[in-house]
Design a protein around this ligand. Sequence first.
Ligand code: ADP
Length: 366
Amino acid sequence: MAKLSLRSRLFISHLAVMGVGILTLVVIGRLYSPRLFIISLQRYENGVMSVQQRTQLVRGFEAAWSRGMGWAILVGGGTAGWLSYWVSRRIISPLDQMTEITRQFAAGQLSARVPPSEILELQRLANSFNRMAADLEGVEQRRRELVSDLTHELRTPLTIIHGYLEGLSDGTIAPHPELYERLAVETTRLQRLVNDLQELSKLEAGYLPIQAQNIALEPLVAALVRAFDDQFTNPDRVQVALHCPPDLPLAYADPSRVEQILINLLGNALQYTDKGTVTVKLWAEAQRVYASVADTGIGIAEADLPYVFERFWRADRSRNRRSGGTGLGLTICRRLVEVQGGEIAVKSQINLGSEFTFWLPQAQAS
Ligand code: ADP
């Protein structure tokens, strides 16, 4: 069976309702009106009228009734038909508009939005569509930014590797251990970049499993601080200290993810601090367990602070690139904190030091 459009269906249903109304009116009017007329006539004329006169009168009544009914059907039916056409159009045209806008959207015009409608249900539909469109536009925007950032990040190491390999193959560069070391550094950087990106994309897509449980942060952080202090610091230059109250409540978090966050923050603090101390503090406040990593290093300029957690952001791109940083560590930290229900913030002063503070939910007493 051929599919009818909603507009035709609405129009036909209005016409059907009108048709039934008119039919009922005509049939009942046709059956009852002449009979009622005769009964009334008999009651008032008291036998003074001849049969012929009465027949004529009834016929005249019937003719007048039919003509009146004809006009009524014509005018009423016409008006109702026009009205039903108008109503169907008013309901359908926003839907047609929506179809057109979704088509434009699918064709890549991501700024297309459905205009407001006076019909409540259609307005709701338009609102949900517009919300979805805004989300998709944001996703697309981020995808474009990521591709452009990534191209930029990959270009430098690839150009360096390519240049060296070309020089080696045509003999313009003599092979020596330092050169191979340089090539290894660049490939390690690429490897780190790919690993960090994979981690971040899993986090952003919500695929990274978080196994939250009630954990005591102090032993976990103390072990990390000890490891960093033993392996990465020169006691004459930088010392790592931990401050924790004895009655710190448990946090509700995934221990391996908390470790990952702290390794990143401690690694950064030590990398950007030449002399002084790196202090890790733990405390609890308002159903939250806080951790902060403060250093006395180079600090971050105030104007740069809003960008610190952004993907690929580095205070000094070329210098940090050489040191092997991907600019993804803090972005991953922020996502890791957020997926566990917490927040992370930074305070810093150039040449004085930086302090990264994050909180995680406190474990609920069971
Ligand atoms: P990277 O891998 O480059 O360290 P991050 O996302 O961890 O990437 O850090 C981004 C940038 O933030 C770093 O390149 C550095 O410029 C700045 N930064 C991070 N931590 C500190 C810190 N403790 N002190 C000064 N600058 C920092």
